[in-house]
Design a protein around this ligand. Sequence first.
Ligand code: COA
Length: 389
Amino acid sequence: MSVEKVEAAGDPKAEEGKVEKGLEGVVALESSISSIIGSTLTYRGIEIDELAEKATFEEVVYLLWFGKLPNRAELADLDSRLRENSELPEPVYQLIKSFPKDIIPMDGLRSAVSVLGHYDPDTAAKPDDSEANLRKAIRMTAAFPIIVTAIERVKNGLEPIKPRKDLSIAGNFVYMLDGVAPDRIAIRAIDTALVLHADHELNASTFSARGTVSTLSDIYSAIVSAIGTLKGPLHGGANEAVMKMLLKIDDVSKAQQWIKDAIAHKEKIMGFGHRVYKNGDPRAKHLRKMSEELGKLKGETRWFEMSAIIDDYVSNEKGLLPNVDFYSASLYYVLGIPIEAFTPVFACSRISGWIAHCFEQYADNRLIRPRAHYNGPINQHYIPIEERV
Ligand code: COA
């Protein structure tokens, strides 16, 4: 293919052809929602370590959306609005029941959220109407765990369970999965996992959401774009891949040799490495601790033990550190969450960050439209079909 220098519509950068593949290191916009500085992650300036220990997911939702921690009245108001909106329109339940039994739950979530938008009472509101967007945000955040657990139950031939008004988002998630009153420890573990996954600066799915909103499309469309992006194994899908790897290894005594062989065969080890964190993901240590504690508590320590061996080996041999998806896999597994629901759990949390970024984008919008450097052929001509080889 002949590659010649091309006039790139008068844009010197595009003409010059200096491309940062994968936009690595490119600062695309200003944001005051979350920051990553070295190995420190903050939401609205508060370190994730503090939030993981002290905050509930509902408090974090408020923090991300409104820029400050809620006082008692503000939190109670958000809580009651989430609970009031924790009912899915019947056609969404019917849609979930009509899904093929082997549907990938992230695909089911994507379709269900899209259809949920048709029944939103604010569906006709202007896309950048901030009051209507807050109401839509509350409805979607309340609906995500209901949809995810309903998909899971229907796949297993069971009726979906409606949420309880007295439980938090984390509590209802556990309850709606198996209908059993959740224990305090399981609720706290899920709640902390939701806190840890809530936002992460300009990750791939958040970028998708902001790109969609920047065209002044609606917030449901943005969230549907984001769900599709989160699904990929290089993003939220990694937690499922980690658990599949642990199940394949199956035995603590085989873990080191297994990982050694995988590295020798140049395989990618899921749950390790990060585009931004090169000295460790600050969320991983919390998930490691919870995975260890929950494993002991449930009398099922081997998944954590295997994970710890793999972590030691990969860190020492490859210099790669675990990311948020590594220990969340063994944690969710001992909590009894089905593997294919791991990435949907991530989505139940990240919806809060996606929405905060949509609000921020609408408030000071400029169309996100980067350039590409063209490196294809030039001076070509139309050839009649009968003359083509
Ligand atoms: N296992 C093995 N090698 C890995 C690796 C992993 N998980 N992550 C990175 N590497 C290696 C790459 O092969 C590459 O080596 P090379 O320079 O010899 O080719 C080097 O480390 C740099 O990695 P690269 O893929 O260029 O980094 P990135 O910034 O594009 O990728 C991730 C970041 C997250 C996509 C990548 O680390 C990855 O694929 N991890 C596994 C998936 C995962 O856990 N995703 C969840 C992220 S939160």
